[in-house]
Design a binder for this molecule. Structure first.
Ligand SMILES: [Zn+2]
Length: 300
């Protein structure tokens, strides 16, 4: 098996002091993955930068050009929650390009992924919730337009609801959207996915895994030719923004469940990390690392 995992090869996003977004987690993850031997260095490939035309498949051209040239409105910047910078733009383009590259690689090799991705709060007209461009939407729409696939699914197990994915693909039967999330968590105005599983605060492993199983069954029934799997680490008990009480073992069982089911059904899968705001952040990084270790084992 050729297992290619993409990573955004751009500097950490600059943030004001005390900002709650852990921008350094991507760098920690890449170091952890190499130091622990989870992936061989030859498996790691720099994410290509998404072109403006690719971004415009998922977003209004006016928003894309305002983001690229820095003229984006204060309202949109506030919704994103990260101040505009050239590095932010470069990183966001790499994240979209990396998910597209992972989707293409998964079609050939059965599995691929990115040490980033899952920017599911970005809508057609603007980003929000730390998300600038919607990587899964850019990737799925580009691959659909090119005729590489005719049916895809997004299995979103980030603890926050995938409102951007749901809104962009509302009424588009080519992409099945499923989200398992905390019902009382951000975004407070949710958009209906094809399948939503809303969990109460404090949900533990058994009920969480039941919800993931339900979403997985819906995804398999949609018979996608490619699954974008947002393997969020923010359902973990240690997460500052998660509100659920899932253990690291629970997340490992979840990943095993999703990856083995796709392998059995011969559905290519692109694995993306999604949210994670652990205290300490090393717990989040360990959970992300375990996801890629599971992908390598299941498809090895
Ligand atoms: Zn999240």
């Amino acid at each position: 098996m050729t297992f290619r995992v993409y990573y955004p090869d751009t500097p950490d996003i600059p943030l004001p002091p005390g900002h709650r977004f852990p921008a350094h987690k991507y760098r920690l993850l890449r170091a952890f993955i190499t130091d622990e031997g989870i992936l061989e260095p030859s498996m790691l490939v720099a994410s290509p930068i998404a072109t403006e035309a690719e971004l415009c498949r998922a977003h209004d051209a006016a928003y894309v050009s305002a983001m690229l040239d820095g003229s984006v409105s204060d309202d949109i910047q506030r919704a994103i929650g990260i101040p505009w910078s050239e590095v932010l733009v470069e990183r966001s383009r790499a994240t979209a390009g990396g998910t597209l590259a992972a989707g293409r690689s998964a079609l050939i090799n059965g599995v691929s992924g990115q040490l980033a991705g899952g920017t599911h709060h970005a809508h057609r007209t603007g980003g929000s919730g730390f998300c600038v461009f919607n990587d899964c939407a850019v990737a799925a729409l580009t691959m659909l337009d090119e005729g590489a696939i005719s049916q895809a699914a997004i299995l979103d197990l980030d603890v926050h609801q995938g409102d951007g994915n749901a809104a962009i693909f509302a009424g588009d039967r080519r992409v099945f959207t499923a989200s398992v999330h905390g019902e009382n968590n951000y975004p407070f105005a949710k958009c209906a996915s094809d399948l939503d599983v809303a969990l109460p605060d404090g949900t533990k492993d058994a009920a969480y895994l039941g919800g993931c199983g339900e979403a997985l069954a819906g995804v398999l029934a949609a018979q996608p030719q490619l699954v974008f799997y947002i393997a969020g680490a923010d359902p973990l008990e240690c997460d500052r923004l998660g509100r659920l009480n899932v253990s690291p073992t629970g997340l490992r069982i979840r990943d095993q469940l999703i990856l083995s089911a796709c392998r059995r059904a011969r559905i290519p899968i692109a694995v993306l990390i999604g949210g994670g705001y652990g205290e300490p952040i090393e717990e989040t990084v360990r959970a992300y690392g375990a996801t890629f270790a599971a992908a390598r084992t299941v498809f090895g």
